[in-house]
Design a protein around this ligand. Structure first.
Ligand SMILES: [Zn+2]
Length: 173
């Protein structure tokens, strides 16, 4: 993954107290993560970075839209996301992820790349059930042609005896 310098905070130069950062996350951001299931999106991230004597407290506000695959019809759709996440950074011998919310970075570190955290938080903001939202008239927003085809396919699989023959052949191999 290539580093995105806009997302690197050189905290050594910051005074104690609160600092505000805002990030526009777009398609280029997701392209940097090769295996991202999100390929496109438009997300606004505001970060409140509190520098304390011995640790940092980062509060992320994430809000926007990402383009992901629908679980039902497999077509891409726009999913609204909105969440807030906190990350505590403390200092120690070496880099270590203590938990989802606490990381340790080396004493001599002078900057932090927040891109991987923003990436992770955007994924955490996704709903478990990812489907097209319903239309105004109450019907499904999914591609009905695809749904119909998928249904036909699963029905034919259950009833078509040729499949059973093939399956038996496969088991023998
Ligand atoms: Zn759908």
């Amino acid at each position: 993954m290539g580093k995105q310098k806009d997302f690197i905070i050189p905290f050594v130069g910051l005074g104690l107290g609160f600092h505000e950062f805002t990030y526009e996350v777009n398609d280029v951001f997701f392209e940097n993560f090769e295996y991202s299931e999100i390929k496109k999106g438009n997300v606004n991230v505001s970060l409140s970075f509190e520098k304390q004597e011995s640790m940092f407290v980062l509060d992320f506000q994430i809000k926007g839209t990402v383009n992901i695959e629908c679980d039902r019809c497999l077509e891409d759709y726009n999913q609204d996301i909105s969440s807030s996440q906190q990350l505590i950074i403390q200092f120690g011998e070496t880099y270590n992820e203590e938990s989802d919310e606490i990381i340790t970075i080396p004493e001599n570190a002078y900057e932090i790349d927040v891109a991987p955290y923003i990436y992770e938080y955007i994924h955490l903001s996704l709903p478990i059930r990812r489907v097209h939202s319903g239309l105004k008239d109450g019907s499904s927003g999914c591609n009905q042609k695809v749904i119909k085809k998928l249904n036909e396919h699963s029905e034919s699989e259950q009833t078509d005896p040729r499949w059973d023959v093939l399956k038996k052949l496969k088991e023998k191999l």
